[in-house]
Design a binder for this molecule. Structure first.
Ligand SMILES: [Fe+2]
Length: 263
């Protein structure tokens, strides 16, 4: 599927998931790391609404600049018309700081006590006012195409904020920013049919063929992006749409969003 003009370097990937019993077209966006200067990215995000997804899953790290919230909301405005769910990443709380561009190759980034200098409550409020479900350590439910779908999510595991709620459902979708194995285990224990996550940037600095060297967490590199199985659940990890504005380097790993056709 192709989108109209203004897509810049951003890719739309497509995945097919079968055997879940669900019937959904899900647009998965993640790691936007938005800054006011990101005109092409804003255009790409707005054009994604042409896909008319049944559900938007946003796995966090929306913000990449202290002045990003207003232009981010403008860029997401068309997608906020669709049912959606979201969780936070660390960059939804704190503005970016200067880091070594090769940090991604030096193992998981440290959990730091960065100041929470962003107006995160306002961003969450705008998402919620549009009808998106806030899944930060919460559960929720949506009726989509005559299906009742339950959701469970956690606040950012990279900041150790995750606390998986208990929920029993035969139609469960689970959402987290950083796909740490402890979180994936907790979702698999709840028999989630699908798990969505971001955070890895697909490895960000990859070998040819998008082969990741790191995941910035304890997820194996072969699962750094795309679709895989985690125990009995399907796992989709987005390669994301951005990076820290001070390290805007992505090698063999273009920024992307993914449309998943789930049946
Ligand atoms: Fe990120």
């Amino acid at each position: 599927m192709s989108l109209a003009n203004n897509a810049g370097p951003f890719l739309l990937r497509e995945e097919i998931v079968q055997g879940t019993g669900l019937n959904l077209r899900v647009l998965h966006i993640s790691d936007i790391h938005f800054a006011p200067s990101h005109k092409n990215k804003a255009g790409f995000l707005r054009e994604l609404a042409q896909l008319k997804p049944d559900l938007v899953v946003n796995t966090g790290d929306n913000l990449g600049h202290s002045q990003a919230i207003n232009p981010l909301l403008q860029a997401l405005e068309p997608l906020l018309e669709f049912p959606g769910v979201f969780v936070n990443g660390s960059n939804d709380y704190s503005s970016p700081k200067l880091t070594n561009p090769l940090r991604y190759l030096m193992g998981p980034s440290k959990v730091e006590s960065r100041a929470r200098d962003l107006d995160t409550p306002r961003m969450l409020r705008e998402f919620e006012n549009a009808g998106w479900l806030n899944l930060n350590n919460q559960t929720g439910q949506l009726r989509i195409k005559d299906q009742v779908i339950d959701f469970v999510g956690v606040d950012d595991p990279h900041l150790n904020l995750d606390k998986t709620p208990k929920i029993q459902s035969s139609n469960l979708i689970a959402v987290a920013h950083a796909p740490y194995l402890r979180v994936l285990d907790s979702f698999a224990d709840l028999s989630a049919k699908m798990i969505f996550a971001g955070h890895t940037h697909g490895g960000q600095i990859c070998l040819p063929g998008s082969r990741a060297l790191v995941t910035n967490c304890d997820l194996p590199t072969k699962q750094a992006q795309g679709l895989s199985k985690y125990k009995d659940s399907w796992l989709h990890v987005s390669a994301g749409l951005g990076a820290n504005i001070y390290t805007p380097v992505r090698v063999f790993c273009p920024p992307s969003a993914t449309l998943l056709t789930i049946s």
